[in-house]
Design a protein around this ligand. Structure first.
Ligand SMILES: [Zn+2]
Length: 191
């Protein structure tokens, strides 16, 4: 069984919560995704022993699926960000994103900001395919690419969801090639 928290290095945590999410000390301390709601209790059991949840200033959601956005309300002081297209799609049909009824209603009334092109020292790369507003994040300092459900360790994310854009996936993946990453941090792990 995977442990809940992997300290990859100082200032770079991976939390295994159904899907993986990450907490990094870039220009600010930020979270990238927030895992599946079903794992909330185990996150709350372990994560506060490593860092105070209050210390996270921003939560960036790579897309609005329930297993990435499921704990969007975990960090009391964090501004929440999503790509404009994802935000639009979510508001048009919120039930597609977050399974639990009460949860999507809460997310719907939460202030979610549109992602700028750069945030906390990370570059935002719009990569439609898995969903129309999926993004990847590039952390130049570490040559690390956070890829959500777009690029996984052993292939690409699914492109058969209601808001998927299968015809865009190839183009999105080729956008990632020039970054020549040293570290790849997707939302799903095979080992
Ligand atoms: Zn997804």
């Amino acid at each position: 069984m995977k442990q809940v928290i992997d300290i990859i290095e100082q200032g770079l945590l991976r939390i295994n919560a159904g899907t993986c999410f990450y907490i990094i000390d870039a220009e600010e301390r930020i979270a990238i995704d927030s895992g599946d709601r079903k794992e909330r209790q185990s996150i709350l059991k372990f994560l506060p022993n490593v860092i105070p949840l209050e210390s996270i200033k921003k939560l960036i959601l790579t897309h609005a699926h329930y297993d990435n956005a499921g704990n969007f309300d975990l960090f009391p002081n964090a501004e929440i960000y999503m790509h404009e297209e994802e935000l639009k799609g979510f508001h048009e049909n919120p039930a597609q994103a977050v399974i639990d009824d009460d949860l999507w209603k809460k997310l719907l009334t939460t202030d979610i900001k549109k992602l700028p092109e750069n945030i906390a020292g990370l570059e935002v790369i719009h990569t439609p395919g898995h969903t129309k507003g999926s993004i990847c994040l590039w952390w130049q300092e570490k040559k690390a690419l956070f890829t959500g459900d777009t690029l996984l360790e052993n292939g690409t994310g699914r492109i058969d969801y209601p808001t998927s854009m299968p015809e865009e996936m190839g183009k999105s993946l080729s956008k990632l090639v020039p970054y020549n990453h040293k570290l790849l941090f997707p939302c799903r792990r095979t080992c």
